[in-house]
Design a protein around this ligand. Sequence first.
Ligand SMILES: [Zn+2]
Length: 217
Amino acid sequence: MSGQPPLYDVILGVAHTQADPGCSAGSIVEHAWSESATQACAWALAAGFWKVNILREEDPSSNEALRRKVKQANRLGSVIAVEIHLNAAVYRDDDNREQTNPHPRGPLVLAWGTSELGMSAARAVLRSLTTRPGGDGFNQGVARLPDPKYGRKGWVEDTACPAIIVEAGFVTNADDLAWLESQGSAEWVGAAVARALCLWLGETDRARFADGKPSAL
Ligand SMILES: [Zn+2]
């Protein structure tokens, strides 16, 4: 090892598109908010000597565009792919009635596939987001995809590296929405995700080198 800090390659995907911007409530539009959070995350990671690739999906109806995005992601040899979203879920039962907690609150982080690395990254990001001031520790935990409850999650499903979907908060919850509408919420989330990724990769690398020889991610 040289004295240089390690350079890791990460993929950040902006959620949704201008034409199909995801969920919205109050002054919040998911796509625009995700763009701000993604930029903040990219700046923080770049300051830590990470190489950041931001992928945007211009046309969600085009399978060709999605395939290109996945191919690009896999060619980059990244250590992780992350997409930051907002959630608009109102949980309903089988008869389409709202459940007793119809307006869930706080972050939810989803990891794609069977990789334990993805799940450990999801837990690290959830821990970081749960420290949000005023969030009262509310969170919806982590979950492994695919899960019919969450539907298809697009290009991250086919990446070669661990991939996580960050649902930073619920626009359907009044407390979450008030915070999301406050100045700097997207920047806070982007920085919190970056911090978590640095911690996660530090732990991952220690584990990889624990027996004296590196193993593949
Ligand atoms: Zn979304």
